[in-house]
Write a protein that binds this ligand. Structure first.
Ligand code: GLN
Length: 553
């Protein structure tokens, strides 16, 4: 008989943004460390088929997977916490995707004349998606997006209710995350919002097994018992989820509270105790580093940090690798454009992240020029790399009109352009280079090891992409002649064309841009090589007199 697969469903109550994604990921991490094969699934209740078309203002970062799926940022948390799971487009789906599948089947005559309804057809499709994403695992942790009580999430909740009946109570666990606020004027932790939220769940037929209570302090036993009594959950199945200074502390804290032990017991899983020593060591490095630096992130969505979630995590990981606390200063590129560049002068390294659209682009180019000329370590990602190529073209290679076809479609010196092979694809989604592509790393340039190779130590790598434009091959020779080194290239084996993946300046403390998004592959226990190298360069540059290499050309 096949091994019985188990499910944990994680729902959230009271309000959003109380850490459901991190809690689910932390449970996944703990259960994986107990020796189980774990996968994680995110179900989002909005109607977009995927978040690829949503502004990061609306929904935070779009997290890209190897297979090119554009997913919710929680998949980023899962990837960073659950070390060996491989996520694909199956691990993240939305109401839009479910309805799309059902409506297509209906049009194709797949329902044989039946009336197609939310129950059972939509709920069946949701269950089918959950099963497909959890083939071959011991445990699937499924996070339901949104907050209990939203109209949108009802079909998902109904589907997980049915799962309990179908899979058996021993194989399904409902974990509910709520908020227990401390009201200073009353000097009390308030349990009422939790009671209401659980009542709402019970009304639709879901009795939570485990409550995770987010609060600013540990819940005393009497509060846990009270919550348990009102919510019909034994007190020892009520856990506090206190605010911690780093998200990576969450699983350690849950473990201390006995959460993974309780889950294993409730699901009847025989498993060992987790070895969390490496993880604890990493957390210790985050808490007590030897050095401290500040990276200026020059971007457009400056006040919405969720749109740079993976990026800020990857910087933290690079810090762990170098025993450095990385402070991040978000600098609005439009402020730089207005001439306010004192912020640039206050940072130890400059990073320009990915982005779309023309707003603030000139400010970013100014920041790059500053970094290049003043010898400040610079890291450009995707749009950041494209702008570094434009900056170099304009100010070093004499291509005064240098630009990107994204901003100047008819430009004569578009060093960033749509490549021939992509020009006939007019559909917006179709022209995106999405997902993993191989890249050849050049080992040396003019006898010197390239920054790219020093970082990776490998000649073939694979990195994730999400962009439309590329460095134009037409201008490559001029730029190379002027000193820009294209140290990473993708070779298309079908049509023989080459695409630039990395560009760097050899005579600079550290100046590198990459067309891909390395932040999607960085994990706390496996910091990404480029982030490690960048942070190391910043740390080492910071040791001597500040920015001592002024005037570098
Ligand atoms: N807007 C640029 C492009 O589409 C860069 C995209 C990005 O930074 N992700 O090519």
């Amino acid at each position: 008989m096949a091994k019985q697969k188990k499910f944990i469903f994680v729902t959230g109550g009271v309000l959003s943004s109380i850490g459901k994604g991190i809690s689910a990921a932390s449970i996944g991490m703990l259960m994986e460390q107990r020796g189980l094969k774990v996968t994680m699934i995110k179900m989002d209740p909005y109607l977009n088929v995927d978040p690829g078309t949503m502004s990061p203002f609306q929904h935070g970062e779009v997290f890209v997977l190897d297979d090119g799926a554009e997913t919710d940022l929680d998949l980023g948390h899962y990837s960073r916490f659950v070390q060996s799971a491989q996520f694909t487009r199956k691990n993240s789906f939305t109401t839009g995707r479910i309805y799309d599948a059902v409506i297509r089947r209906e049009r194709a005559g797949g329902y044989l004349g039946k009336t197609v309804q939310v129950i059972p057809h939509i709920t069946d499709e949701i269950k089918r998606h959950m099963h497909e994403a959890s083939n071959d695992v011991d445990l699937a942790i499924v996070e339901v997006g949104g907050t209990v009580g939203d109209i949108e999430s009802l079909p998902f909740l109904e589907a997980i209710r049915q799962m309990r009946a179908e899979q058996g109570a021993d194989n399904v666990l409902f974990v509910h995350l709520t908020l227990v606020p401390y009201i200073a004027t009353a000097g009390e932790l308030k349990t009422k919002p939790t009671q209401h939220s659980v009542r709402e769940l019970r009304e639709i037929g879901i009795q939570p097994d485990i409550l995770l209570c987010r609060s600013d302090r540990k819940l005393p036993k009497d509060v846990k018992d009270k919550i348990g009594l009102f919510c019909n959950v034994p007190g020892e199945q009520v856990f506090s989820a206190i605010d911690v200074s780093s998200i990576y502390e969450v699983p350690l804290y849950f473990h201390e509270e006995g959460l993974d032990e309780k889950i294993a017991e409730k699901l009847g899983i025989w498993s060992g105790r987790p070895d969390l020593s490496k993880w604890a060591h990493m957390v210790e490095k985050i808490r007590n580093p030897k050095h401290e630096i500040t990276i200026g992130i020059v971007g457009k969505y400056t006040d919405w940090r969720d749109s740079y979630k993976s990026l800020s995590e990857a910087l933290i990981h690079g810090g762990v690798a170098n025993d450095v606390r990385v402070n991040m200063l978000y600098i609005d590129s439009e402020e730089v454009e207005k001439g306010k560049d004192e912020l640039l002068r206050s940072v130890d390294g400059i990073l320009i992240p990915g982005g779309f659209g023309e707003r603030g682009v000139e400010g970013k180019i100014q920041a790059i020029q500053y970094a290049r000329q003043e010898g400040v370590p610079f890291f450009g990602i995707c749009l950041g790399m494209q702008l570094a190529v434009i900056e170099f073209s304009r100010h070093v290679a004499g291509l005064k009109e240098a630009n990107s076809a994204e901003f100047k479609p008819e430009g004569k010196e578009n060093v960033i352009d749509i490549m021939e092979s992509q020009k006939n694809l007019t559909d917006k989604g179709g022209t995106m280079r999405l997902g993993a592509y191989a890249c050849q790393v050049q080992t040396k340039s003019a006898g010197k090891t390239t920054r790219a190779y020093s970082a990776y130590g490998r000649e073939t790598i694979s990195e994730r992409h999400r962009h439309r434009f590329e460095v134009s091959n037409q201008f490559r020779a001029i730029l190379e002649e002027k000193g820009l080194v294209f140290s990473g290239k993708h070779r298309n084996t079908e049509n023989g064309t080459e695409l630039v993946e990395m560009a760097e300046l050899p005579n600079h403390p550290w100046f590198l841009g990459c067309q891909f998004h390395p932040e999607f592959l960085s994990k706390p226990l496996m910091p990404h090589p480029l982030f490690t190298a960048f942070i190391r360069a910043v740390r080492d540059a910071n040791k001597g007199p500040q920015h001592s290499l002024k005037g570098i050309k």
